[in-house]
Design a protein around this ligand. Structure first.
Ligand code: NAD
Length: 338
């Protein structure tokens, strides 16, 4: 039960990577937290006061979990994964249907419950492909989203849902907040099995390789990205949720690196000398970087931790998973950036 004066929060997607970290953060801040997901967090026990297992595609279930006026609602649940999941085309219908249904349901139910607003996690994948062909100069300023041309159905669903949240703001006087996350990483993220993203995948490959060995990289490795450590992402997320600014706004890092540089950085952290073998694979856009001018202007905040400091913590955690997993059957890598 909520204690009389504690603030309450609902975290949809609390069994996932960012949602799991968000629950921990909100608990540290003194919130009473309800987490909802199809699954429990795979790597550590949830710290939510109440964790409800269920499917947010069912509106009746959404009504059950939104049984009160939460002070903060974070809608992070989505059918998603790295490039090996999003860019092959094999999951397009599920990705669009599942994620859009969750957003349609949650908005409707929260609006009826007179909740002031939700936080919604959109993605850098909404940005037009034609602005991200030059790896040295990608354009991801917020207004460049239109005319729209995302390179994946995942991105189109995110764009549709951004508009849905904005429409509820206009028509139902809600105060929904929308952030566009750019490649969030950290411990307790998916690190194998097909849904992992580049930092975790690279950490896994480096951890599994022996010094002097070889690791496989999708593409020529000169595609660029920036990666934001999960704690910084949550700082931006809670600041935006509690601000007067509705977004959409980028939450990402401006420290852009090539995938080859990412591999070199992780190898250095691991103290291994490795040769990169470039193989064909799904890649996404050639270049992507966050543009943090708007968030700085509106919230006076931008992330500050270096990529290296986040990778050190992430490598340590992934290496521990690899060690635990040794002796088990290995799943061939699917991964890279989205
Ligand atoms: P994640 O896959 O770890 O977490 C999403 C969670 O949603 C999963 O635990 C999943 O079980 C849950 N979920 C999916 N369908 C559900 C359903 N029908 N009912 C209940 N729960 C359901 O992903 P994440 O990395 O933690 O990302 C969180 C959010 O941030 C997602 O909306 C994602 O699209 C967005 N985002 C993430 C990144 C990133 O780099 N991680 C980048 C851009 C946007």
């Amino acid at each position: 039960m909520t204690t009389r004066n504690s603030r309450s929060a609902l975290v949809c997607g609390a069994g996932g990577f960012i949602g799991g970290h968000l629950v921990k953060r909100l608990k540290r801040e003194g919130f009473w937290v309800r987490g909802v997901d199809l699954k429990l967090p795979p790597f550590s026990e949830s710290q939510a006061d109440d964790f409800v297992l269920g499917d947010l595609r069912a509106q009746e279930f959404c009504r059950e979990v939104v049984d009160r006026r939460f002070d903060e609602v974070y809608q992070l649940a989505a059918d998603m994964g790295g490039a090996g999941y999003i860019f092959t085309g094999e999951h397009d219908a599920d990705v669009m249907h599942n994620s859009a249904t969750i957003n349609l349901n949650m908005l409707e139910v929260c609006q009826k419950r007179k909740i002031r607003g939700l936080f919604y996690s959109s993605s850098a994948c909404i940005y037009p492909e034609h602005n991200q062909t030059d790896p040295d100069n990608p354009n991801c300023s917020e207004e460049s989203a239109y005319p729209a041309a995302p390179d994946s159905e995942y991105g189109w669903e995110k764009l549709f849902s951004e508009r849905l949240y904005a429409a509820y703001n206009r028509n139902y006087q809600m105060r929904n907040r929308v952030a566009r996350y750019h490649n969030i990483f950290g411990p307790e993220g998916t690190w194998d099995g097909g849904k992992e993203k580049a930092p975790a995948a690279v950490c896994r490959k480096v951890a599994k390789a022996s010094n002097g060995g070889e690791i496989e990289i999708w593409g020529d490795g000169s595609q660029t990205r920036s990666f934001l450590y999960v704690d910084e992402c949550l700082e931006g997320t809670t600041r935006l949720t509690r601000s007067d600014f509705s977004g959409p706004v980028n939450i990402g890092s401006e420290e852009m690196v090539t995938i080859n540089q990412l591999v070199d950085l992780v190898s250095e952290i691991a103290g291994k000398k490795l040769t990169k073998k470039h193989i064909p694979g799904p890649l996404g856009v050639r270049g992507r970087n966050s543009d943090n001018r708007l968030i700085y202007q509106k919230l006076g905040w931008k992330p500050s931790a270096s990529l290296r400091s986040g990778l050190e913590k992430t490598y340590e955690w992934v290496e521990m998973q690899v060690r635990k997993d040794r002796g088990h059957i290995q799943v061939p890598g699917h991964e890279e950036v989205s």
